[in-house]
Design a protein around this ligand. Structure first.
Ligand code: SF4
Length: 174
């Protein structure tokens, strides 16, 4: 009787293992330790901040792939044959953030849609492209002449644009 139950439990464990393998393979993501996870509520991770570039962001995951940190952005509701340019630029920004924060450039980033995973190789050209885009956005923002919409000191203190922003609330202003 004891042997039968042990055998049944072993079979169950094997089935669950196989099912997990199939699920993991279906995501298209590599087997790699997760070093960071934007868990959406339980234990929020700090954002990655590169103040000198005026850049801040929270990738969904950071994986450790053979010693290299790889950012992952997940768009579970998106179905497309090709990745959206805006999603690629968001992922490029995470790659730049990883490079700035860790001092080592990631080899690539991963973009997960509902049914496909896309790989974005991180190159010097991509980094330059992203930095040019950030400059364009800053110019557009300056032209728009937007005023601060809050009085939250902590929000400014954690903002990636703090150094450049002429409306940032300094602790002395409180
Ligand atoms: S006002 Fe504060 S939160 Fe808004 S952009 Fe400036 S520094 Fe950032």
């Amino acid at each position: 009787m004891g042997v039968t139950i042990d055998l049944a439990l072993l079979m169950l464990a094997l089935l669950i293992g196989l099912w997990g393998l199939r699920l993991r393979r279906a995501t298209g993501l590599p087997w790699a330790p997760v070093t960071y996870q934007d868990t959406g509520g339980h234990t929020p991770e700090k954002p990655l901040i590169a103040r000198r570039l005026g850049l801040v962001g929270k990738p969904d995951y950071l994986l450790n792939v053979r010693g290299a940190t790889v950012p992952v952005e997940v768009k579970p509701g998106r179905r497309a044959e090709r990745p959206y340019e805006s999603d690629l630029m968001q992922l490029a920004a995470y790659c730049v953030l990883v490079e700035e924060v860790e001092g080592v450039a990631p080899p690539h980033g991963l973009l997960r849609y509902a049914e496909r995973t896309f790989r974005l190789d991180y190159t010097e050209r991509l980094r330059d492209q992203l930095l040019d885009l950030l400059d364009e956005m800053r110019v557009a923002l300056a032209d728009a002449n937007c005023d601060r919409s809050h009085d939250d000191l902590r929000r400014c203190a954690g903002c990636g644009f703090f150094e450049q922003c002429d409306q940032a609330i300094e602790p002395a202003d409180e």
